[in-house]
Structure formats: structure tokens, C-alpha cells
Ligand binder design. Structure first.
Ligand code: HEM
Ligand SMILES: *[C@@H]1O[C@H](CO)[C@@H](O)[C@H](O)[C@H]1NC(C)=O
Ligand SMILES: *[C@@H]1O[C@H](CO)[C@@H](O)[C@H](O)[C@H]1NC(C)=O
Length: 521
């Protein structure tokens, strides 16, 4: 009896202690949350902002992102995501503010880490030291001229295999999937010389990894941090992809490391000129001491990941517009044939195709790869030059779909004017202005300038021109019923209709084509 009474104060003391502990943890968290919410409340919401209703809005954003962004466009606004807020801004000045911001305030990598769950899908090493970006920006882009022949040969062979159309009859081709196969194969050929891009498992793998990383990310988002490694292992296909990629690449990487040792230098005779060599050239210190094979493999996959999906979507967009607008074939074909007859299939020739450049840029203005661009995680409260404050913790992005459809920036924005940009270019007599790869806050397919603007865009646009060029050269195309199929939106990601088919027929070569083909020899 007496022992029980004497225990009571101890129990209540313990309880009080617990309460104090919890309070010291949660009260500051709560206060921090409240200040953030107060700052966020100053930004108008599109959709609902109440606790439960915002959940409904978040679901709606998954399927109706485009309408929601267009509705909010022209002001800075916020939308609810399942577990946080995304603030979407627009306009030249705000883009300029983001471009100039430090990575410590607005982080690209943290945004990728969250939206792509990159630690569990794309791998941690790439986040810790992002040297693969320099590799894309410099050696990968700089070698375009020297390696263009290889790229062109692989494009020609891939089309012949994947779209074996005859001169007399039309065949139906599932467009997005076929383009993905062609692009995975041609890019892989460019990236990893010694491995045949034609290795079917390798091609399948690079497509699968892209898809698996995206679906894996979606699955992972729903689990708290401590469960993620388990979810990754059992519910996603990422480990399997890494294992298979390692199977393909390990020997290659080890052989090259052996050569380096043998010659005592990274410059050994006969060194292949490809992504693996360029990555090994950059890999230093810690990266080399531990798990070099895993580090290189995960970066190869990462570059693949940044390159294959985006380029496939843009290429399919362009082919859809081409199939739906047969009147564009002749002017584009004439340009490609005359330039190739003069310069062959070279990087320089691709640079001269102003009409094709304009057509590609215009089709991506209307379709593109997503409704937003320049996605960033706000790490410290960020103040725009007009005074708008976005609190730490939010995701922030730019409403590219709004800007691309803005009638103050584009005349007749809903119309596809294939030569919009090449006409501007020839009028102003400024050779480099209005190019697809240019930095232009009104065209944000590759970002809005600054450090993170897509370093692969020069490669992507040259490759796209060579791909569309081959279609113009070798085929006639059309839709069975003449109409563009409806696109699909998944959250802010745009995808051309995955199931749509395009009809292909092999062209009967005219004299100009024969001449141009000779030009390429
Ligand atoms: C048409 C195809 C492509 C599109 C639409 C595209 C788009 C983008 C965008 C919007 C960004 C982020 C920009 C920002 O937030 O400021 C980006 C970053 C990046 N892209 Fe591309 N990209 C394409 C092709 C490629 C290719 C072919 C490669 C590689 C060969 C590549 C490699 C990268 C890398 C490594 C980054 C990260 C840059 C960084 O972290 O600073 N991309 N891309
Ligand atoms: C700054 O510009 C944005 C976009 O035009 C606008 O929505 C916002 O209200 C402006 N902020 C202030 C404080 O004027
Ligand atoms: C593309 O993907 C495969 C595996 O997915 C990878 O092993 C290959 O090296 C990649 N090629 C690149 C990045 O070019």
C-alpha cells in the first residue's frame, strides 16, 4: 500500500518529463510550421487550401495540372501536393531571380531528391558530387562533331530495323515506344563505344531503368524515410536494373582501370572516346577509392535517365505534329536535303537547319515535357525582387506551360506556326537568336538559364535534327485519321499519347535524295 502511494509522484514526474521532452521537440516544430504557413498564406492558392480540402486539390493536380497552372498563371500562386506546397511563379523577372539564386537558397538537387526520390532511385553518389554534369556539358557535347558519323550510322540502322516500311504499303508504328527504342540505341552507341548499342538486353535495360526510376519514385514517395531502403529493395525494380547494368559495364570499367595502371596514366593508347572514359577522367579521390564500378554505373544510368525519356518525348511530339501537318513536309525536306547535300550528315549541317530548328522549338512550345520547369526546393526563405516571399520547405517552379501559351509573349499562341522562330531569325538577321538551344526566358523547355540549365541540350537538339531528318529523308508519314491524338498528363509531366500509332511508308528516293545521300558518304 505504502509503496504504491510513494510510486505515484515518480510516475507523474516521469510523465511530466516526457511531456516537457515532447514539447521541446514539437513546439518549435509547430511554431516553425506556423510561421511558414503564415508566409505561404500570403501567396494565393489555386484550388483549396484547407487541411482536408487541399488533399482533394492535390489529387486533382495529378490529373489536371495543365488547367490548374493556366488558371493561376500570371500571378505567383501555390498548389497543394500530397505532403507539401508547390509555389509556381512566372515572368522574366522572377526567372531572373531564380537563375541568380544560390544553391543554398534554392536547391535543384534537393528538388530532384524529393520529386525523384533520387537517393533510392538514381543513387546517392551523383547527389554528393555531381561531376557527371560537367561531363555532359564539356566532353559529351564537345565530341558531337567528332562522333557525328557514329551517331548518324546508328540512327540510320535503328530506323531500318525498327521501322521496316516498304515502298508500296503503309505500316502502323506505335510511336512513343518505337522512338524510345531508337533513341536508347543511338544514345547508348554514343555513350558507350565498346558495347554494341545493338545489344538488345542493354537497350531494354536503359528503357526499363527510365520507367522503373519514375514508377519507383512514385512508390517511394508514400513511405517515410526509415522504410525507403526496404521499399526500394522489394517494391521497385531499381536494384535489379543496377545489377544488370553492372553486369554489362563492370568488365569494361575494370579493363580501363587496368590500362590506366599499366600505362601509369589516364592517357593510354587506344582509349575509347566515350562516356565511361570521360567519367573516369573526372572521377577523383573518394569516388575512386570506394566502389568505383558502382559509382560509374550509377552515373551512366543517370545520364541515360536524363537523356532518353526527355529526348523521346520531344521527338514523338515533333513526329505527331509532322504526321498531322503534311504541308510541312516539303519545306522541311527541302531544307534537310539541300544542306545535307552540301555538308553531309555533320554537326555543322544540323546547325544550319534553321527551319527544322524552328519547327522543333515550336512543337515543344506547344507540347514540351512538362507544365513547369526550374523546379527547386526552397532551403532558406527566398525573397523575389518584387517582394514576394517563399518560405523554406516549399517546392518552387516556373509555369512554363503558362508562358508558352501567353499571348503577350507569342502572337496567336494556340496556333502551331512551324516557322515562327526561323522567320524571326531571318528578319532580324541575327544568326544565333531564337535558336532552340538559346537562353530565352519565354521558352523554358531546358530551364530558364543559369547553372542548372540543361547541359545536354546541344546534344539533344543535334540528335533530334538527325532523327527527324532521317524520317523526312526516308519515309512518308501520316495519321490514319489525320488527327493528333490527345496527350496525357501525369502531374506536371506531359507525355504524348502512349498508344497512338503513326503510319509509315518508305519514300521512293528522288534525285535530290540520291544526291544528298552521296553527300553523306
Ligand atoms: C529534349 C531533351 C531534353 C530536355 C527537354 C531536357 C530538359 C532539362 C531540364 C528542364 C533540366 C533542368 C533545368 C533547370 O531546372 O534549371 C535539365 C537538366 C539536366 N539535363 Fe536535360 N534535357 C534534355 C536532354 C538531355 C540530354 C540528352 C542530356 C545528357 C546527355 C541531359 C542531361 C541533363 C543533366 C545532367 C541535367 C542536370 C543539370 C544540373 O543538375 O545542373 N538532358 N534538362
Ligand atoms: C510579384 O509578382 C507576382 C507575379 O506577377 C505577383 O503575383 C505578386 O503579387 C507580386 N508580388 C508583390 C509583393 O507585388
Ligand atoms: C543506358 O542504360 C544502360 C542501362 O540502363 C547503361 O548501362 C548504359 O550505359 C546507358 N547508356 C548511356 C548512358 O548512354
Amino acid at each position: 500500500m505504502s509503496t504504491q502511494t510513494s510510486l505515484l509522484p515518480q510516475v507523474s514526474q516521469a510523465l511530466a518529463l516526457c511531456a516537457i521532452c515532447l514539447a521541446t521537440i514539437f513546439i518549435p516544430k509547430f511554431l516553425q510550421w506556423r510561421t511558414r504557413m503564415q508566409k505561404l498564406n500570403a501567396i494565393p492558392t489555386v484550388g483549396h487550401s484547407g487541411f482536408f480540402l487541399s488533399y482533394i486539390s492535390a489529387r486533382k493536380f495529378k490529373t489536371h495540372a495543365q488547367e490548374i497552372i493556366l488558371e493561376g498563371y500570371s500571378k505567383a500562386f501555390k498548389v497543394a501536393l500530397p505532403d507539401q506546397w508547390e509555389v509556381i511563379v512566372s515572368g522574366r523577372e522572377m526567372i531572373e531571380d531564380i537563375r541568380k539564386a544560390s544553391d543554398l537558397d534554392l536547391s535543384f538537387i534537393e528538388a530532384v531528391r524529393e520529386t525523384m526520390q533520387s537517393d533510392y532511385t538514381l543513387g546517392k553518389p551523383a547527389r554528393v558530387d555531381a561531376y557527371h554534369i560537367d561531363v555532359v556539358r564539356t566532353p559529351l557535347t564537345r565530341n558531337l562533331g567528332a562522333k557525328f558519323d557514329e551517331l548518324r550510322d546508328e540512327i540510320k540502322a535503328s530506323f531500318a530495323d525498327e521501322i521496316p516500311a516498304k515502298e508500296m504499303e503503309w505500316i502502323k508504328v506505335p510511336m512513343l515506344y518505337t522512338v524510345m527504342k531508337i533513341i536508347a540505341r543511338t544514345s547508348n552507341q554514343y555513350f558507350v563505344v565498346s558495347l554494341s548499342g545493338r545489344d538488345p538486353d542493354f537497350i531494354k535495360l536503359s528503357i526499363e531503368f527510365t520507367v522503373d526510376a519514375v514508377t519507383g519514385a512514385r512508390a517511394l514517395q508514400h513511405y517515410p524515410g526509415i522504410f525507403k531502403p526496404i521499399v526500394r529493395q522489394f517494391l521497385t525494380n531499381v536494384p535489379n536494373c543496377l545489377k544488370r547494368a553492372t553486369g554489362h559495364l563492370e568488365l569494361l570499367i575494370r579493363e580501363r582501370l587496368e590500362k590506366e595502371k599499366e600505362y601509369g596514366s589516364s592517357d593510354w593508347p587506344g582509349k575509347p572516346n566515350d562516356l565511361i572514359s570521360w567519367l573516369l577522367d573526372e572521377a577523383q579521390g573518394h569516388e575512386r577509392r570506394k566502389d568505383i564500378v558502382y559509382n560509374i554505373v550509377s552515373r551512366v544510368l543517370l545520364v541515360n535517365f536524363s537523356a532518353i525519356h526527355t529526348t523521346s518525348v520531344t521527338c514523338t511530339n515533333a513526329l505527331f505534329y509532322l504526321a498531322a501537318n503534311p504541308h510541312l513536309v516539303q519545306p522541311l525536306r527541302e531544307e534537310v536535303e539541300s544542306i545535307v547535300a552540301e555538308l553531309g550528315w555533320t554537326k555543322a549541317a544540323m546547325g544550319k537547319m534553321h527551319k527544322l530548328d524552328s519547327f522543333l522549338k515550336e512543337t515543344q512550345r506547344l507540347s514540351g515535357v512538362g507544365g513547369v520547369t526550374m523546379v527547386r526546393k526552397v532551403l532558406r526563405d527566398f525573397t523575389f525582387s518584387n517582394g514576394t516571399v517563399v518560405p523554406a520547405g516549399a517546392i518552387m517552379s516556373v509555369a512554363s506551360v503558362g508562358m508558352h501559351h501567353d499571348n503577350t509573349l507569342y502572337e496567336d499562341p494556340e496556333e502551331m506556326k512551324a516557322f515562327r522562330f526561323s522567320n524571326m531569325r531571318s528578319k532580324e538577321g541575327e544568326g544565333l537568336k531564337h535558336r532552340m538551344v538559346g537562353i530565352d526566358p519565354t521558352f523554358t523547355l531546358f530551364g530558364g538559364g543559369g547553372r542548372h540549365m540543361c547541359p545536354g541540350r546541344f546534344f539533344a537538339v543535334s540528335e533530334l535534327k538527325a532523327l527527324i531528318g532521317e524520317v523526312l529523308f526516308a519515309y512518308d508519314i501520316k495519321f490514319e485519321n489525320g488527327e493528333m491524338p490527345a496527350p496525357e498528363w501525369q502531374g506536371v509531366n506531359f507525355s504524348p499519347n502512349r498508344f497512338a500509332q503513326v503510319m509509315f511508308k518508305r519514300r521512293i528516293p528522288g534525285p535530290a535524295q540520291v544526291r544528298a545521300d552521296r553527300g553523306s558518304l
